[in-house]
Design a protein around this ligand. Structure first.
Ligand code: WT7
Length: 587
């Protein structure tokens, strides 16, 4: 056995799924059964927003609270499924009025405000492609993503527009309309989000969207090049919905809280789509992390299912178990984590402080949905990411020089791979077929993560096989950070690494070699950090910077970030022979 497929562990009442989930069933019939639970559109169509919102209204559940929004200044607003349906209808109308048609990209650049959720769902209804941008990105990452996506519409706030977009609009010829959520339209091409919606009808007939039509565009980073736009289609909701049931055991009446920001894939797949597809109440907190606020929110909203991240868990752990004990968290039935390694201490701390252990789950922007998890109702292995979900086949593999792969046995270390054929697998990187192809071999998707599998089929994370890092759960690619520094006249070369940090997992650190004529000084150090922060924004900017005479490079000039990492950790710089090797970039 060199691969693992978990079978036969579905909810007892899921008879359709159970029929398909016998030992001989093929993944296709498994997913076809999952698909048959969806409503669909006449003529074989499928629309994520219709499954997430409208079907509940049609089924008489329109009065259920879909979105409970907690503002950072203490506001609390409920949106029922019926209200969310009508507001997203108005947004879909607005897009059509603005001339947006199928496949056009609609971006958001905003914190966790209700308008973002309305825009996401309305975009999907209009048949356009929703592309969220993280609000803590600086002007440079924002411009790159707006440009690469060829966004036609941007929904944002007056402040974010002013700070991060306005001056760059000359470089964004496709961006025809900016919709401000908190102000009127003061100049051409800038409108008031609310004025436009108020002018529209709240009845809307969805255009036909096929299951393979593009729905979501999520930017993610690799070692090389600019960020890659991972494309997801409407069919992905089959996996969003089923995985949320299998992993979290979501059920009607649940209150669910996902702390991830919708500027990233978790905040969309599990912070919008999956919970709404189950008709539960989704809690959204606009404020940033604060331990006391979070415990109070879990208590006050009587959260049943909670999905968060190791960085947040480590921050909570900093305060010990005592603070949580002051709150009534008895409603909490399941707690889960994603995005970075979750150590056994974190799992157990959940049990002690919250009364529920954290269940680790694994997936990526490219996989669209959770593929490996410590699921509800199954044995939890602290320190392991869990086992593949039903319908998912995973393996640990090694790439061969001829482009094929060899599957490895239990206990061996290699790359985590997933057999192609699940609904939320990304369908491409925007305008980059080559990089997309590089992610696959012999019918398997290669994740770029290094891991090992034990004899019982549990997967254990070891690291990445490339140079991207996770800082506070956010994936950051070296190219973006290094390019920003290279724009400074003093910088000849820059190399980014993740420096281990007890809370953020890693912080961004850059090594900088100066051009002739420039001298390292405290003033220049400060200037460069400020320069990078202004361009990149707080989420991506380096926290540390070190001057270095020369960056270690391969013969063809590629920076050896691994050696920089070793230097940082005080490890040997490594075999110098490695300097002759060019590591071929993967996806
Ligand atoms: C990368 C994907 C997290 C899903 C959405 C973000 C790392 C993910 C785990 C885990 C250790 C994890 C991997 C992966 N990662 N889950 N449970 N344990 N590492 O997706 O931003 O594309 O990040 O996050 O390295 O490749 P993403």
């Amino acid at each position: 056995m060199s691969e693992t497929t978990t079978r036969g562990e579905l909810e007892p009442d899921e008879s359709t799924l159970n029929r398909a989930n016998d030992a001989t069933a093929h993944a296709d019939s498994f997913w076809a059964a999952a698909r048959s639970e969806l409503e669909g559109l006449p003529g074989g169509g499928l629309n994520i927003a219709c499954e997430a919102v409208d079907r509940h209204v049609r089924a008489g559940r329109g009065a259920t609270v879909a979105l409970r929004w907690r503002g950072k200044n203490g506001e609390r607003r409920d949106f029922s499924y019926a209200e969310l349906a009508s507001l997203s209808n108005r947004f879909a109308h607005t897009l059509h009025q603005l001339g947006i048609s199928k496949g056009d990209r609609v971006c958001t650049l905003a914190g966790r405000i209700p308008e973002l959720y309305i825009a996401a769902l309305g975009t999907l209804k209009a048949g356009a492609v929703f592309c969220p941008l993280f609000s803590a990105f600086g002007p440079e990452p924002v411009r790159v993503r707006l440009s690469k996506s060829r966004a036609r519409v941007l929904v944002t706030t007056a402040l974010l527009y002013q700070r991060k977009v306005r001056a760059q609009r000359v470089d964004l010829p496709d961006l025809a309309h900016v919709l401000l959520t908190d102000s009127g339209g003061a100049e051409p091409g800038v409108h008031s989000f609310h004025a436009l919606l108020d002018a529209e009808s709240d009845a809307f007939t969805l255009p036909f969207t096929a299951p393979e039509d593009w729905a979501l565009l999520h930017f993610t980073s690799g070692t090389t090049g600019t960020p890659k736009g991972a494309i997801h289609v409407h069919e992905a909701i089959v996996a969003h919905r089923l995985s949320a049931r299998l992993v979290f055991a979501l059920r009607p009446g649940d209150v669910y809280w996902c702390t991830a920001d919708p500027g990233w894939v978790t905040g969309v797949s599990y912070g919008i789509i999956a919970p709404l597809a189950h008709g539960v109440t989704l809690v959204v907190d606009e404020a940033d992390f604060d331990a006391g606020r979070w415990y109070a929110l879990l208590e006050q909203e009587r959260v049943n299912v909670w999905y968060t991240a190791p960085t947040a868990i480590r921050m909570l752990m900093k305060g010990g178990t005592e603070p949580a004990r002051g709150y009534d968290l008895s409603a909490l039935r399941f707690a889960a984590s994603v995005g970075e390694p979750l150590n056994p201490e974190g799992v157990r701390w959940g049990q002690e402080a919250l009364g529920q252990p954290f269940h680790d789950t694994w997936w990526q922007t490219e996989t669209g949905a959770i593929l490996i998890a410590n699921r509800h109702g199954q044995e939890l292995r602290p320190g392991s990411m869990g086992r593949p979900l039903p319908g998912i086949t995973t393996a640990i593999v090694r790439r061969r020089p001829d482009g094929g792969i060899d599957r490895l046995d239990a206990g061996e270390e290699g790359e985590l791979a997933v057999r192609v054929g699940w609904p939320s697998l990304f369908r491409g990187y925007l305008d980059d077929a080559e990089r997309y192809q590089a992610c696959f071999a012999d019918g398997w998707y290669l994740s770029g993560d290094l891991a090992t599998r034990d004899v019982e089929g549990y997967y254990w994370f070891l690291g990445r096989d490339d140079d991207v890092i996770k800082s506070a759960g956010h994936l950051i690619g070296p190219f973006e950070v290094e390019s920003a520094l290279l724009q400074h006249p003093a910088v000849a070369e820059a190399g980014m690494i993740g420096k281990p940090d007890p809370f953020a997992g890693n912080i961004v650190k850059v090594f900088v070699a100066l051009k002739p004529g420039y001298v390292a000084s405290a003033a220049l150090h400060k200037e460069l950090l400020g320069f990078a922060r202004t361009r990149l924004g707080p989420a991506v900017a380096p926290r540390e910077l070190e001057f270095i005479a020369d960056l270690p490079k391969t013969r063809s000039g590629k920076i050896m970030r691994r050696l920089l990492r070793n230097r940082e950790l005080g490890l040997p710089l490594g075999d110098l022979a490695v300097l002759d090797t060019d590591v071929t970039p993967t996806c």
